[in-house]
Structure formats: structure tokens, C-alpha cells
Design a binder for this molecule. Sequence first.
Ligand code: ADP
Length: 320
Amino acid sequence: MTEAAPASVEVRDLEKRYGETVGLGSVSLAVEPGELFGVIGPDGAGKSTLFRILVTVLTPDAGTAMVDGLDVVADYREIRKRVGYMPGRFSLYQDLTVRENLEFFASVFGTTVEAGYSLIAPIYSQIEPFEDRRAGALSGGMKQKLALSCALVHRPRALILDEPTTGVDAVSRVEFWEMLAEMTAAGITTLVSTPYMDEAARCDRIALLQAGRLLSAPGTPEAVAASFGAPLVSVRATGDRAALLDRLRAAPGVARADVFGDVVHVTGEGEPSASAALAERLRQSLGVEAAPTAPTVEDVFMARMGDPDTLSSHVQPTDA
Ligand code: ADP
């Protein structure tokens, strides 16, 4: 659907400070052409800083960032033509209508809605019946569709989407990820950020970001989850949770215990193969319902956040 091949994105040792505050530490990652790549991290992780550098509205203090083979500093004009950007909270013009917003974004790039229509049609057709409505009067899900249409109307090779699902309802979130899958199938490289760990599974590959640093080497969601590297046991949380956490944390061979919904995930010491033995020990010594469980991306995040030694040992640039 796009005129040219999808873009690649390559970031090497990228740094950005705001006075004393670290926006980005030394971040390196590579996004392959046509990939749907997720940057997963909480508020303040550095997601917007990274994306603003990639779309050339912010300059890095150190390191390099290339989009579609072009340097974000030297070639910023050309990059702006090649990327579509959806900032956090979807900066639409609230007083303009749906159609006027789309026409505005097309005209900024010297094109027309008609020229870009075939690419945006699957998304825009859903809001077209409300073309004359002011953007400010749309629901969150509709604003999200309009913002994505505006980011796509000039037929970019790469899409950079900053927290597009934050603050929208669960149904719209699912729909949005389906639209992104369609865009990558159409040959657009997509970088998307989210604070929701459960959305990691929707991406081809992910990077976990916290306090301006990667918590793991970028990889498939399965590979990142599998990099957990320690025994993990799920314990059913009944009764007094605080007391249960205290007992679990005090048990021999337990490195940490974290609440995950209605269970507690208990991390042991040693190799992942020791999970069954740890579960058995917890059952015997504490009388809890415990079973080995497969680590999730969230387990990796919890284990590595705030642990600078672990961070540095897991951060490697990816060439594959
Ligand atoms: P995220 O998008 O993951 O929420 P940001 O990139 O917005 O993270 O922020 C990363 C860090 O940089 C945070 O500590 C934030 O407070 C800080 N920061 C971001 N923008 C500015 C700014 N313009 N001035 C000062 N600090 C900033």
C-alpha cells in the first residue's frame, strides 16, 4: 500500500537530560523494517523523550538515532516527511471538525486527503459518518481513530505512536491494536509506546524502559519473558495479603514476592528449574496453595526495575 519499502529505526547510545533529570540514559535499540515494536514503560520512563527525538522535535545530547537510514539531526527535514507521529493525548485541533483536522494534517505535508485515502480508509471510514463533528466532541476511541488517520494521511513509511491507548476504553484499545496490525501488514514500520504490560503481547518485539534505561535486551515478548532466569511460583492470595507477603518474603530461598491480581508471584534463588521444588517447600512450610508458573513480561519488569546491576548486564544493542 505504501510507495516505498518500510523504514528501519536505529538508536545507539542515545542520551537526553533535562537539567539534572535523566530523560534517556544510554539507550540502544534497532527496529527492523515492517516490525511492530513496543516500548513498554511507566510514566516518566523516557518513552516520549525517545519518540520526540525520533520525530526530530527534540535533539539528543549524545548518541545517534537513524530513521529510514537518515540521521535525526542532520536529515530532520526529510525524516519529517517519512514518519507519521501521534503524540500522547492525540494533539488534535479540538475546535476543528473531523474532516478539517484531516485536511489540515494533509496540507501540512503538501498532500490531500484523497491522495492518502486508500491507506486510511479502513480506519477513517469508521468515523466518516461524523465528519462534521468537532474533534473535541468525539469519544476517546473516535479521537484515537482520527489521530491515527491524521498521522497516516501523508503515507509515511514509519509510524511513531506515543501511548495511543492511554485513557481509552478497553474495547477501543483492542480495536486499536488490530488497526496497528493492519498497518504493519501494509508495510509500515510501527513504534508504539504503552504503560500497559498486557499490550506487550501484541507487538512483534518489545523493549522495557524505566528511568531512561532499558531493562532487558529488546526481543519478542516471549523471549523477554523467558529472560526472567529464576524460579517462579504462583501462590493463591487468601485472607490477609500483607501478612501472607511478610511470611513469603521471610521464607528461606525466597528472593522477592509481589502481588499479581489475586495471586502472589514468588521469585526464588537459583535456576528456573528449581520452581517445582520451591513450590513444594512453600506448600509444606507455610501451608499455602503454590504452583510453578511461567514468567510474564511484568515479572521481568518488576524484578529488574530499580536494580542498576541487573540493568547494565541486560542492555545490549540488537543487530538481529
Ligand atoms: P514517559 O513518556 O515515559 O512518561 P518522558 O520522556 O516524558 O517519559 O519523561 C522522562 C523523564 O524526563 C521524566 O522524569 C520527566 O519528568 C522528564 N522530562 C520530560 N520532559 C521534560 C521537560 N521538558 N523538562 C524537564 N523534565 C522533563
